[in-house]
Design a protein around this ligand. Structure first.
Ligand code: PEP
Ligand code: MG
Length: 576
């Protein structure tokens, strides 16, 4: 038995035999061609590209039928890379000038581009796409067929170094019960698609492929980020019980899906979903989301590797708005910088979290900002779309952001393009300065959304992504709790609705406290939404208020956490 810890990428437990995908290395001939062979070699390359494009387009069609058209952007990216005239020209010129084989030229040129992508932090994920198209061209050069993952005989867990997007999308969902990969992170394609398909996944496992052969029995615990290879009978029993419990829990949660998120004494709370990609909207609705409280649009840039066009923005927003059918959709303008995507071409910053990130970057890149605002406004026509600005620290910033919105509206008016004139404008409260002047900011906006991920980091001066100081990252710190209490209170006084979209709102531990503080809008990851609802439905508002008063009286965050654990365990005795 081998146990491995990786990154929990998609929750749930699955037990099945492994199917190890071979990450085949294609033989590459170093032969020097005769002058006379060169034209035929160039044509062989051109043909393989045409065939690869046709194959990707066929896959795209298949994926659209299977998964509702959500992954099409991955394939669009492949097609545009395959069609990239620059890439094609470089490869052809190399064949011409060095008389190398097409295989050699394809690998050399693609590796060179991959190095450039790897050097630019925000393009790292695009490297998988490059290798995917390299694989496809090689396969066509050598007349080989792609692995058919669409028709599998029995249930399997896919094990791979890192699934390519096209492999992931063609998976036979009825048979593939989990994914486990050596590489990848929570935002890798594998993770995103596994979550969208609702199958457990663990990524970033290191050298799992070296420890597994086809037919090994595997356990994938996508909730805990663990994989067990050939579990002993006791371990297998334990995971089978866990899988059963999770299943029974899911069935219980499904029963309350259509019920309101309200306390036992009728205090109503609203549960919205955080999404990073349009792919997630179907799952969010399935999990009972009443709308989208945070659409992190920076992932559009991330997925594409370059700024989206207005039409690409618009298509994504329109798709989500249509799927929501009139339910609220809060679109946050791009929040890059910090730990999310280096602004392309900009010099590296010493303190990226305190540097040109988020709204500051929007103001520096007005071209990108205006393009996005045009698309959001266009998507607001006939839909309940709101605009959310991240990382506002003072009045000047929100006034400037609003001015740009108004200028964009005037532009659309001139062009006769429809949009919602009453589109709501809100800001993230994720910097202590904003929390402190919430009363002033309230005069400028229609709503607040508390971003605890950053609010904790900036209040406590703790980098949210630094392992070394992770113990100091404490949402239960009295300074954080007081800021949250005061912002909610300010919202009540000024009539500005307050939501919370940081991870804290999706943690069971804090749900009763937040309800007790008067928070009525929670925006959480779809995966945790039903559990939060279950918890809220199990307590009274009166009790939640008492819990909040008590929790805020503790001086020591550890004591607060202990207390909240006890309170949560009493509310949900079966699940905590
Ligand atoms: C936050 O800071 O809490 C938040 C929701 O924004 P992000 O995690 O995208 O920075
Ligand atoms: Mg933030």
């Amino acid at each position: 038995m081998v146990e491995k810890q990786g990154i929990a990428a998609s929750p749930g437990v699955a037990i099945a035999e492994a199917l190890v995908l071979d990450s085949r290395e294609f033989p590459i001939s170093h032969r020097k061609l005769n002058e006379a062979e060169v034209p035929a070699e160039r044509e062989r390359f051109a043909r393989s590209v045409r065939d690869a494009i046709a194959e990707v387009q066929a896959l795209q069609k298949q994926a659209a039928e299977k998964a509702g058209g959500e992954y099409l952007r991955i394939f669009d990216a492949h097609v545009s890379m395959l069609r990239d005239p620059e890439l094609g020209r470089e490869i052809t010129e190399m064949i011409q000038s060095t008389r190398c084989t097409a295989e050699f030229a394809v690998s050399s040129v693609i590796k060179k581009h991959a190095r450039v992508f790897l050097a630019a932090d925000f393009l790292k994920d695009r490297v998988r796409d490059l290798y995917d198209i390299e694989h496809a061209i090689h396969r066509h050069l050598q007349g080989l067929k792609r692995e058919d993952l669409g028709h599998l005989e029995s249930n399997v867990i896919i094990v791979a170094h890192d699934l390519t997007p096209s492999q992931t999308v063609t998976l036979d969902k009825a048979k593939v019960v989990a994914l486990a990969t050596d590489a990848g992170g929570r935002t890798s394609h594998t993770a995103i698609i596994a979550r969208a398909l609702s199958i457990p996944a663990v990524v970033g496992l290191g050298a799992l492929t070296a420890d597994v052969v086809a037919g090994d029995l595997l356990v994938v615990d996508g909730t805990a980020g663990q994989v067990v290879v050939n579990p002993d009978p006791r371990t297998l029993d334990r995971y089978q019980a866990k899988a059963r419990n999770l299943h029974e829990h899911e069935v219980r949660l499904a029963r309350i899906r259509q019920l309101p998120a309200e306390t036992t004494d009728g205090h109503r709370v609203h549960l919205y979903a955080n999404i990073e990609s349009p792919d997630e909207i179907a799952i969010a609705l399935d999990r009972g989301a009443e709308g989208v409280g945070l659409y992190r649009t920076e992932f559009l840039f991330f997925e594409k590797g370059s700024p989206p066009t207005e039409e690409e923005h618009f298509a994504a927003y329109r798709h989500v708005a249509q799927a929501l059918g009139g339910r609220p959709l809060i679109i946050r303008t791009f929040d890059m910088g910090g730990d999310k995507l280096e602004p392309s071409g900009a010099a590296p910053e010493k303190n990226p979290f305190l540097g040109c990130r988020s709204i500051r970057l929007c103001f520096q890149r007005m071209d990108l900002f205006r393009t996005q605002l045009r698309a959001i406004l266009r998507a607001s026509d006939g839909a309940a779309v709101s605009i959310l600005f991240p990382m506002i620290t003072d009045l000047h910033e929100i006034r400037l952001a609003k001015r740009i919105v108004h200028e964009t509206m005037a532009e659309l008016d001139n062009e006769g393009v429809p949009y919602d004139r009453h589109v709501r404008i809100g800001i993230m409260i994720e910097v202590p300065s904003a929390a402190w002047i919430a009363d002033l900011l309230a005069k400028e906006v229609d709503f607040f959304s508390i971003g605890t991920n950053d609010l904790v980091q900036y209040t406590l001066a703790v980098d949210r992504g630094n392992q070394c100081v992770s113990a100091l990252y404490q949402p239960a710190h009295p300074a954080v709790l007081r800021l949250i209490r005061d912002v909610i209170e300010c919202g009540r006084r000024t009539g500005v609705p307050v939501a919370m979209c940081g991870e804290m709102s999706g943690e069971l531990l804090y749900a009763i406290l937040l309800v007790g503080l008067g928070l009525v809008e929670f925006s959480v990851s779809p995966a945790v939404l039903p559990q939060i609802k279950e918890l809220i439905r199990s307590v009274s508002y009166d009790h939640a208020r008492q819990v909040a008063a008590r929790a805020l009286a503790f001086e020591d965050p550890e004591r607060t956490i202990q207390y909240l654990k006890e309170v949560t365990a009493r509310a949900l005795p079966d699940e905590t």
